[in-house]
Ligand binder design. Structure first.
Ligand SMILES: *Cc1c(COP(=O)(O)O)cnc(C)c1O
Length: 360
């Protein structure tokens, strides 16, 4: 039976908080962090909340060599009446264990970790910005720590959670982005690690991102890794198309990351009676529909931006301008509804939010 008590070491020197109007994504970190270690035989042990600080690792630690690691990303929101809400955090814990399974990392106890997370947030709740669109970004992650250069699953791990106050993704209002349809590089293949949230997927995506940025595009549209024909994701977001009144999104096929926002959008559309289908979608089909004038909206979904409308798709030099480069009505409605549920401004019919009680 594992010892459930969390050790808490409070930071005696509180850091100065950043200007809430100048928050950049992932640049500032709060006063505390959560740590827990794993050793083969003992299991997970020593859960603790300690002052935010650098960690020391053996240079042979396996994470540095073979990238056995997983992460999550979610947010805490401050409501107008000063409550703190998490959005579907149990889905992130569940996905973390799915990623763990794929990367041969031991399972964590989802409910226990959620309790630890709430405790950490409660300690650092003064760090949660309250202005419209701002939030506290939460980054749980696990690294392999065994000092060993053999290719195998590590026998020791470290689980950490760090917190970062983030500004509004859309300071100047929602602006659709230009997307380059990637033909050379792929993000993931079925059977690979695409459906796990793991560092290697991101490392492998940087090259295409760099090339597309040089061409003046902000993200790439990823096609499947085998035929380079079927649409998978946009940047590190899931993707939706509104075509002739119907919404379609690529079906989960083993290489697509199963986004919590994606799932929430599908549930909302069903609730509103907007037809939505998960199926295979080829880039040719999008182009054909575009030529017929049927592509009404395209948008990406993910925790960071929530909804990110696409204003242009460049497919081998063919430029498809979507909705005159403007944010569509459905994108706006989804963005407004999801963010309003997240920050407690609208009723939460699906019971998606979870309150972090003070001093829990
Ligand atoms: C995290 C992630 C998403 C979005 O998932 P959310 O749970 O909605 O934040 C989509 N695609 C990739 C590749 C991701 O890593």
């Amino acid at each position: 039976m594992r010892d459930y008590s969390i050790t808490i070491i409070e930071n005696q020197e509180k850091k100065q908080k950043p200007d809430p109007n100048q928050l950049e994504f992932g640049k500032h970190f709060t006063d505390h962090m959560f740590i827990m270690d794993y050793t083969e035989g003992t299991g997970w042990h020593d859960p603790r909340i300690v002052p935010y600080q650098p960690i020391s690792l053996d240079p042979a630690a396996m994470i540095f060599h073979y990238g056995q690691t997983v992460f999550e990303g979610l947010k805490a929101y401050k409501t107008q009446d000063n409550r703190v809400l998490l959005f579907r955090p149990e889905k992130n814990m569940e996905r973390l264990n799915m990623s763990n399974d794929r990367l041969c990392i031991p399972q964590i106890e989802e409910e226990f970790i959620l309790d630890c997370l709430k405790q950490l947030i409660s300690m650092d709740q003064d760090w949660i910005p309250s202005a419209e669109g701002t939030s506290l970004y939460i980054r749980p992650f696990i690294i392999s720590t065994e000092p060993y250069l053999g290719v195998a699953a590590s026998k020791t791990y470290r689980f950490m959670i760090i917190l970062s106050p983030v500004g509004s993704y859309y300071k100047e209002g929602i602006h659709p982005v230009k997307i380059f349809v990637e033909r050379e590089y792929v993000r993931a293949v079925a059977g690979g690690t695409g459906k796990a949230k793991t560092a290697g997927n991101y490392a492998g995506s940087l090259k295409a991102q760099e090339v597309s940025e040089k061409l003046g595009y902000s993200q790439v549209l990823w096609l499947d890794g085998i035929e380079k024909k079927y649409i998978e994701e946009v940047g590190s977001m899931n993707i939706f198309f509104k075509i002739n009144g119907e919404v379609v999104t690529p079906a989960l096929n083993g290489s697509i990351l199963e986004g919590v926002t994606r799932n929430s959008v599908i549930q909302l559309l069903n609730h509103w009676g907007v037809p939505v289908t998960e199926r295979r979608i080829s880039i040719d089909e999008i182009y054909e529909s575009y030529k017929k004038g049927l592509v009404e909206e395209i948008f990406g979904t993910g925790t960071a931006a929530v909804i990110s409308p696409v204003g242009e798709l460049n497919w081998e030099g063919e430029k498809m301008v979507i909705n005159d480069g403007q944010t569509g009505a459905l994108s706006k409605k989804l963005y407004h509804t999801i963010t309003s549920i997240q920050n407690g401004n609208e009723p939460d019919p699906f019971e998606w939010t979870v309150e972090v009680k003070p001093n829990c």
